[in-house]
Design a protein around this ligand. Structure first.
Ligand code: AMP
Ligand code: FE
Ligand code: FE
Ligand code: ZN
Length: 289
C-alpha cells in the first residue's frame, strides 16, 4: 500500500480558512501552503467541513496533499477544549447534527456578546456579519475584526486582550459538547481525534490524568504538543502521559492567515504519525496531490 501514499513532508496538521476564522479562502490557504513549501496540509476549520472540496481542488493544482479535518469545539464547564478530528466521514449524521448545533449556538452567543458590547461601544451586529463569509463558523475573531474596522481595537490580538477577553464582562461561552462526546463522535464517523493545543493552561496546568484516560479509552489518538501556545511545563507532563498511554504527538501551526502571527509550517508532524493516522481512519482518505 505504501506506493498509494504519496503525501510529502513537511506536514502541517492544523489550519483555518474563511470557512471559520482564518482570513484566506480554502484555496488561498492551500496556495499559501505551496508557497511556504508545505507538502501536506490539514484544513481544520472550527466546527465545519465546508472548505474541504475547495481546498482539495486547489491542492491538486498546486501539488499539496490536503488532509480533511475539523477543530471541534468542546467544553468542560466554562473552559473551552478544542478537539481536532481528521479523515472522518463528513456526511456522518451525528457529527453533522452536532456541528450544526454548535454553529447555531456560536451565532446566538456572538449576537449576545455584541449586544452587550454595543451598550458601551459603537458597534452593530451587521458590522460583525460583514466580517464573516456567508455560512462561516462565527467566533470572537469576527467580532474582533468588526472592532478593528470601527477603530476600537488595533488588531485581533488587541481585541482579545481587551473587549473580548473572558474577564472583560462582555464574554459569554457558547454551546459545546463534552470532550468525551467529541472523541466518540469523531471515532464513530471513522475519524481520528487529537486533543488540540492541550498545554495552554495557566501555570502549565493540563487535563487531569483520569480524564485523559477516559478520552484514551474512548479512542483519543494523540496530543498536539508542538504548538506555539503550549507551555513547556504542561508539555513535559503530557509527554509523560503520551508515553504511558501510547498517544501520538502532533505538531502544527494553527495558521489563521493574517488573523494571528502563526506561520504555516512553524511546527510540523512526523510523517510516520500521519501514516498511522491514515491507517486508523475509515471515514475519509487524504486528497493526494
Ligand atoms: P471563540 O471560539 O469564538 O471563543 O474564539 C476563539 C478563537 O479566537 C480561537 O480559535 C482563535 O482562533 C482565536 N483567537 C484566540 N486568541 C486570539 C488572539 N490573541 N488573536 C487572534 N485570534 C485569537
Ligand atoms: Fe480559531
Ligand atoms: Fe484551537
Ligand atoms: Zn485552531
Amino acid at each position: 500500500m505504501a506506493d498509494e501514499r504519496r503525501f510529502r513532508a513537511p506536514v502541517d496538521l492544523h489550519t483555518h480558512s474563511s470557512v471559520s476564522d482564518g482570513t484566506e479562502t480554502p484555496a488561498e490557504l492551500v496556495r499559501a501552503a505551496a508557497v511556504a513549501g508545505i507538502g501536506t496540509v490539514a484544513l481544520t476549520d472550527h466546527d465545519s467541513t465546508a472548505g474541504w472540496q475547495d481546498a482539495a481542488a486547489e491542492g491538486a493544482r498546486v501539488g499539496v496533499t490536503v488532509i480533511p479535518g475539523m477543530e471541534l469545539s468542546t467544553r468542560v464547564e466554562f473552559a473551552s477544549v478544542h478537539m481536532l478530528g481528521y479523515l472522518f466521514d463528513p456526511a456522518n449524521e451525528a457529527l453533522v447534527a452536532e456541528t450544526r448545533r454548535i454553529r447555531d449556538g456560536r451565532m446566538r452567543r456572538a449576537e449576545d456578546m455584541v449586544r452587550r458590547i454595543a451598550q458601551d461601544y459603537d458597534i452593530t451586529w451587521d458590522d460583525v456579519l460583514a466580517q464573516a463569509t456567508e455560512g462561516a463558523t462565527v467566533g470572537r475573531p469576527h467580532i474582533a475584526d468588526a472592532l478593528v474596522a470601527r477603530g476600537l481595537a488595533e488588531d485581533r490580538s488587541a481585541a482579545f486582550a481587551g473587549i473580548l477577553h473572558w474577564r472583560s464582562g462582555y464574554f459569554q461561552p457558547h454551546y459545546a459538547p463534552e470532550p468525551l462526546t467529541g472523541v466518540r463522535l469523531i471515532r464513530e464517523a471513522g475519524g481520528v481525534p487529537v486533543l488540540a493545543h492541550p498545554a495552554t493552561g495557566s501555570r502549565g496546568s493540563v487535563i487531569p490524568e483520569n480524564r485523559l484516560r477516559r478520552l484514551v479509552d474512548a479512542g483519543l489518538f494523540g496530543l498536539e504538543l508542538d504548538h506555539r501556545e503550549n507551555r513547556p511545563e504542561g508539555v513535559a507532563q503530557l509527554r509523560a502521559y503520551a508515553a504511558r498511554y501510547g498517544l501520538a504527538i502532533t505538531g502544527s501551526s494553527d495558521y489563521h492567515g493574517a488573523g494571528k502571527p502563526n506561520r504555516l509550517g512553524e511546527n510540523t508532524t512526523d510523517p510516520a504519525v500521519v501514516d498511522r493516522m491514515i491507517d486508523e481512519a475509515t471515514g475519509a482518505a487524504p486528497f493526494y496531490a
